[in-house]
Design a protein around this ligand. Structure first.
Ligand code: 5AD
Ligand code: SF4
Length: 442
């Protein structure tokens, strides 16, 4: 038998990419090799997201495309995993009988045994129970050199009324500090330079461990680990973020000066309806403290427009909040009703055209702010870890500042992927910075 190949697509958030790396790790142990060419694959794995309807539509479209491959090669194994698999379960088989495996968010470790069963007998196999312990030591195939994702917890207990995540990823389960530290130490010895700690709400890390560990103690411990240059984390929650965590971040030499702190709305009334558990005043206190402790802080956020009951006045409050807070960047979303969440049944759903108009207004304001921050960076030097060529152009390379800003430069073959280099910003644009590698005169 010749080489066996697998092809993986990840939709959605970084946690999904990290899970995909653990699926890939298992497939490699089984002797499969990764291919970028779907047509060559013996196993195709779609690791899906269901946080908004658009994500689901994209996946359903992709599943449809796979039908002809399956017809051509009945031995092809098609696996649908992740949040949408958890949500849809065996309904996915009804929708698309050419799917072989549906694996939910708590069953990543079952991939190998399910593939083996499927090879014995062509049938549909489902693993989507949520009672199993959430952390398994699984082989990991890191998709990138130098940059690694490190999950520190699974699940979410927050139940924001719009969000499906708590239903498809279950309750919070924190990984032990020892286990996290062991993985990061190994990454350090393997040459990884940057890690990103992952959780739906990293600020509630450790609450379930009931041993006094929290996110601030975790990052203070990671500080001691050799090899790793930069530590990032995603995502934060204003209700659980504490001053002590901001202190730990400020005092760390490794944790970067970037904080992603989703506000979701600038209206206190809407925040209540969203069940977010904080007020705009509390949020402002947090960021005021963070900016005082970390003067070069890069602050980014998530905002939803068109949540049920959002009046024009409430939306205006969000716009004002944006102008007051001045984020470096905001990820903006149109509210998407998710079946099973409380908000989907709330009265006063906002018409699509109003949502779109609000999104455009919001983006216009944010773009102006982002551009002004990026213009301020012109003619200054930033330390960047080289990530490699940009997607569309081999001759242009990019890297990120500690604040997570992307800088692109024309490749002059003087730097390699993984190098930490000084880059001068020549031009600040809305989404990206253009620059050149700084070289000392003489
Ligand atoms: N509709 C729109 N945006 C959503 N998000 C989560 N659920 C929904 C939804 N139903 C956004 C939130 C969250 C980000 C990851 O996705 O802003 O912070
Ligand atoms: Fe969803 Fe809220 Fe949990 Fe984030 S904190 S995953 S938005 S429920």
């Amino acid at each position: 038998m010749g080489e066996k190949y697998y092809f993986i697509i990840s939709y959605g958030c970084q946690t999904n990419i990290s899970d995909s790396e653990r699926y890939a790790g298992q497939l490699e142990e089984l002797g499969y090799r990764m291919t970028e060419n779907m047509e060559l694959a013996d196993v195709i794995l779609l690791n899906t997201c269901c946080v908004r309807e658009t994500a689901e539509d994209k996946t359903l479209g992709k599943i449809g495309e796979l039908k002809h491959l399956k017809k051509r090669n009945p031995d092809l194994i098609i696996a649908v995993t992740g949040c949408m698999a958890q949500e849809w379960q065996d309904k996915l088989f009804h929708r698309a009988p050419h799917i072989d495996l549906v694996i939910g968010t708590h069953n990543i470790h079952k991939l190998v045994s399910l593939i083996e069963e499927r090879q014995k007998k062509s049938d549909h196999y489902l693993a989507a129970d949520m009672t199993v312990p959430a952390f398994h030591d699984l082989p990991t195939r890191h998709f990138r050199d130098f940059f690694a994702w490190v999950p520190i917890m699974n699940g979410c207990n927050k139940f924001c009324t719009y969000c499906i995540v708590p239903y498809v990823r279950g309750r919070e389960v924190s990984r032990s500090v020892e286990n996290i530290a062991k993985e990061i130490k190994k990454l350090g010895t393997q040459g990884f330079k940057e890690i990103t700690l992952l959780g739906q709400n990293v600020n509630s890390y450790g609450q379930d461990l009931k041993n006094g560990t929290d996110f601030s103690t975790l990052i203070r411990q990671i500080e001691e680990i050799e090899g790793i240059e930069r530590v990032r984390y995603m995502t934060s929650h204003p209700k659980d973020m504490t001053f002590a965590m901001i202190d730990a971040m400020a005092e760390s030499k490794k944790v970067v000066n970037h904080m992603h702190l989703p506000i979701q709305s600038g209206s206190d009334e809407l925040l209540k309806k969203m069940n977010r558990g904080y007020t705009t005043a509390h949020y402002l206190e947090l960021i005021e403290y963070a900016r005082r402790r970390i003067p070069d802080l890069v602050l980014t956020t998530d905002i939803i427009v068109g949540f049920p009951g959002e009046t024009e006045e409430m939306f205006e409050e969000t716009l004002h909040f944006l102008e007051k807070t001045r984020y470096d960047m905001a990820y903006t979303f149109i509210y998407s009703p998710r079946t099973g969440t409380p908000a989907a049944k709330m009265p006063d759903q906002i018409p699509q055209d109003v949502k779109s108009l609000r999104l455009r207004k919001l983006m216009d304001i944010q773009n102006t702010i982002s551009l002004s921050y990026n213009k301020e960076m012109e003619n200054k030097i930033y330390s960047v870890i080289v990530e490699g060529p940009t997607k569309n152009d081999e001759n242009h390379w990019f890297g990120r500042t500690t604040g997570n800003k992307m800088i692109i430069w024309e490749n002059d073959n003087t730097v390699a992927v993984g190098d930490t280099v000084p880059v001068v910003v020549d031009k600040g644009q809305t989404w990206v910075l253009k620059g050149h590698i700084w070289k000392q005169e003489g």
